[in-house]
Design a protein around this ligand. Structure first.
Ligand SMILES: NC(=O)c1ccc[n+]([C@@H]2O[C@H](COP(=O)([O-])OP(=O)(O)OC[C@H]3O[C@@H](n4cnc5c(N)ncnc54)[C@H](OP(=O)(O)O)[C@@H]3O)[C@@H](O)[C@H]2O)c1
Length: 270
């Protein structure tokens, strides 16, 4: 293995994190096999080196960051095959999914670090926090980001802590988005939408704008949040808490968000 950092895959967040690492002087590699034109273009714009396959990334990188849709987190880990470096799952998965991924990558020869990303794709300090947990390797990963726009924070040794932090954060941010979308749908279905909007304007004036922002986010990313809500439901269940909020949120994100002009619409991925 030479000294390189792998990013699987350069989506909106992964490409931005890769660009930050390139800016800090690291060689950053990725694998284009099976990926879309959009991902190829982002990777190229970020200055990442294409090694074509995850197996070649495993051969060249001593640290691999997995930044992909939560539903693909396990497959992405397994796609590396035999790997003796540090593997960071930075996806929005439950602590138990993180532990299952840890078992799989450790069986393949790697050291696992749990991760969770909170914020937006980094362009300046303060944009994003990368929470990490898992032994001394977590500190090695955090050190990659010193003096960069990614604020990497080690939460301790326990695999699952970083994922739990992300679950707790997104349980509120995306859970409340789902609730707002469901409330607006209910008002429309019951013929009280106009009256509810009037009441919002009078007593909860922030909600109309918040609804519009929520619907726009769900239109763009709701397809990915379905799996994330199920991961959060599993995390709540494992903690002995009701899982129903986020099971329902997953159902809400499986529907197109209601448009403000009254038509249910918007693509699930847009
Ligand atoms: N974007 C944000 O603001 C944000 C904020 C906080 C945390 N995150 C976390 O970052 C992770 C990725 O988010 P993102 O916004 O970067 O997503 P994204 O823009 O949709 O990118 C996802 C990347 O994963 C690839 N991918 C899609 N399906 C895959 C599959 N089945 N197997 C392997 N790779 C697949 C995509 O490749 P193709 O182009 O080929 O589909 C793309 O390169 C998520 O876990 C999310 O929770 C993102």
């Amino acid at each position: 293995m030479s000294s390189a950092v792998g990013v699987l895959h350069p989506g909106e967040m992964g490409a931005a994190i890769g660009a930050v690492l390139v800016g800090a002087g690291h060689r950053v590699v990725w694998a284009s096999r099976g990926r879309s034109r959009a991902t190829r273009d982002r990777a190229s714009a970020a200055g990442l080196e294409d090694l074509a396959t995850p197996a070649r990334v495993a051969a060249e990188a001593d640290i691999v960051l997995s930044v992909c849709p939560p539903a693909a987190a396990m497959d992405t880990a397994v796609s590396l095959g035999a790997y003796s470096g540090v593997y960071v799952d930075a996806n929005a998965v439950s602590p138990s999914t993180a532990r299952a991924i840890a078992t799989a990558v450790e069986r393949a020869g790697a050291t696992f670090v749990d991760g969770g990303i909170v914020g937006s794709p980094p362009s300046r300090p303060g944009d994003v926090r990368l929470y990490l947990s898992g032994g001394t390797a977590a500190g090695r990963v955090a050190a990659l980001f010193e003096t960069t726009a990614v604020d990497a924070r080690v939460l301790g040794d326990s695999i699952g802590s970083a994922s739990a932090l992300k679950c707790g954060y997104a349980a509120w941010t995306k859970g409340t988005i789902a609730l707002l979308l469901a409330v607006r749908r209910y008002a429309r279905a019951s013929g009280t939408e106009e009256a509810l909007l009037g009441e919002w304007a009078e007593s909860l004036p922030e909600l109309e704008v918040r609804f519009e922002r929520s619907a726009a986010s769900a239109r763009a990313k709701g397809w990915r949040w379905i799996a994330e809500m199920r991961e959060i439901a599993a995390a709540f269940d494992a903690a002995g808490l009701p899982a129903g909020f986020h099971t329902a949120a997953a159902e809400v994100f499986a529907m197109p968000p209601p448009d403000v002009d009254g038509e249910a619409g918007g693509k699930a991925r847009g």
